[in-house]
Design a binder for this molecule. Structure first.
Ligand code: PLP
Length: 428
């Protein structure tokens, strides 16, 4: 949808909501549909080709409105008052789960107790998973020893993650009062199963109870990937809840050529992916799938109708359209990496698997920090730096849907221009 189409379609939606408000008395406060009504009206899988906005818009009145109690600014906790809100979320997340080829057990349509929810962010997904794992572990400990208080049981629990995991894991453990062991990653930024198993065994020997492990597919700093197929069996062996944080990189796994990154996901208890990061869905939209229904899926009682925008995007791009976008972004990232490689002043940090390119000048950290500072004050491009194993570097990432080669070339020309000034002054 280009800017003109968006202006026109947005205007139509404002008219739709205004008409709804004007004619509110002709509608019933409670929808007259039976549970499961939406499943009969929507296909079981996302369309492979994109559809027009007109056909999506037609379905809003035909398919969605019979199951809602207000216009499009929902805060509906109740299945009775807004079944469309709950049912569309279940359907859209099953679509996405199938696109990611998640095991059936994670889906509502699967035979086990799996399910999913849309949350506001990856941090919330980790927090909900951790709290669920904590609750199950405390119940189990108190079953074995009824004298144990909740607090005494809680004191025994330990969670694990790697030094490359997003800091929201640390925050979740602070909120959840579970102690966290941060383990060193290997030279690629991944956590080895041997390191995890050794830490678990050490804690078991001290009488502690390993409860939760957060793996990452696409770390924030360098887009490294934990090996789920190796880490998963360790967690299963010791009864540890394994959560996979695939906030950014998970979206790429809708392409068959990147799906290998999720190999081993069948060993995990929960996984989250943020379509707002790389699947063209507006902020906020993080999908959390879990094998074991949490007692509480979210902190708030009310909820927004976030599945609408996910459903719109999946229908309007289709699976093929979204795969195409991911592939174009990865291709652009690889083109940028080629530019970096072709300039002997620079080096790449790590592999370029998806849309992130990490690079630095072949100089000390302070020269790279100077490059970053100068780019920041120049203000034409914005690069967020990071460091890995003591090396400071810059991160170039392709994200907005409209990015083209000319934008990448422009960014590279700015980096070159600023670098010329720095290296000249370094040489003198
Ligand atoms: N996990 C990863 C891998 C991330 O890259 C980020 C944010 O950049 C987060 C978690 C936190 O995401 P949110 O802001 O949606 O909570």
């Amino acid at each position: 949808m280009d800017a003109d189409e968006f202006r026109r379609s947005g205007g139509e939606m404002v008219d739709f909501i205004a008409d709804y408000l004007q004619n509110i008395r002709q509608r019933r406060p409670l929808p007259a549909v039976s549970p499961g009504y939406l499943k009969k009206l929507i296909s079981e899988e996302a369309p492979s080709d994109g559809e027009s906005w007109e056909s999506v818009k037609d379905d809003i009145e035909k398919v969605i409105m019979p199951g809602v109690s207000s216009a499009h600014t929902f805060r509906e906790p109740l299945l009775a008052s807004s079944p469309a809100c709950t049912e569309l979320e279940m359907i859209a997340l099953d679509w996405l789960g199938k696109m990611l080829r998640l095991p059936q057990d994670f889906l509502f349509s699967g035979e086990r107790q799996g399910g999913s929810i849309i949350l506001g962010g990856a941090s919330e997904a980790i927090l909900i998973s951790l709290i669920s794992a904590r609750k199950a572990a405390i119940n189990k400990l108190r079953c074995l020893d009824p004298q144990l208080t909740n607090g005494q049981a809680l004191d025994k629990l330990v969670a694990y993650t790697s030094d490359q995991t997003h800091c929201c894991m640390e925050k979740s453990c602070l909120i959840g009062l579970v102690s966290l062991t941060i383990l060193p990653s290997d030279t690629t930024g991944a956590l080895s199963w041997e390191t995890l198993e050794a830490a678990i065994c050490r804690d078991l020997a001290r009488g502690l109870v390993p409860v939760f492990f957060c793996a990452t597919i696409g770390t924030t700093s360098t887009c490294a990937f934990d090996n789920l197929a190796e880490l998963g069996p360790v967690c299963n062996k010791y009864g540890v809840w394994m959560h996979v944080d695939a906030a950014y990189a998970g979206s790429a796994c809708i392409c068959p050529e990147f799906r290998y990154l999720l190999d081993g996901v069948e060993h995990c208890t929960s996984i989250s992916v943020s379509p707002h990061k790389w699947l063209l869905v507006n902020y906020d939209c993080t999908a959390l799938w879990t094998l074991s229904h949490p007692q509480h899926w979210q902190v708030n009682m009310g909820r927004r109708f976030r599945s609408l925008k996910l459903w719109f995007v999946l229908r309007m791009y289709g699976v093929k359209g979204l795969q195409e976008r991911i592939r174009q972004d990865v291709h652009l990232a690889k083109q940028f990496a080629q530019m970096v490689k072709a300039d002997s002043r620079f080096e790449l940090i790590g592999d370029v698997t998806l849309g992130l390119v990490c690079f630095r000048l072949k100089h000390c950290n302070c020269v790279n920090e100077e490059l970053h500072e100068k780019l920041k004050s120049d203000r034409r491009i914005h690069l967020i730096p990071s460091s890995f194993k003591g090396k400071f570097f810059l991160r170039f990432v392709i994200c907005p849907a409209s990015t083209q080669l000319q934008d990448v070339s422009f960014a590279w020309s700015v980096i070159n221009e600023i670098t010329d000034g720095i290296t000249r002054h370094c040489a003198t």
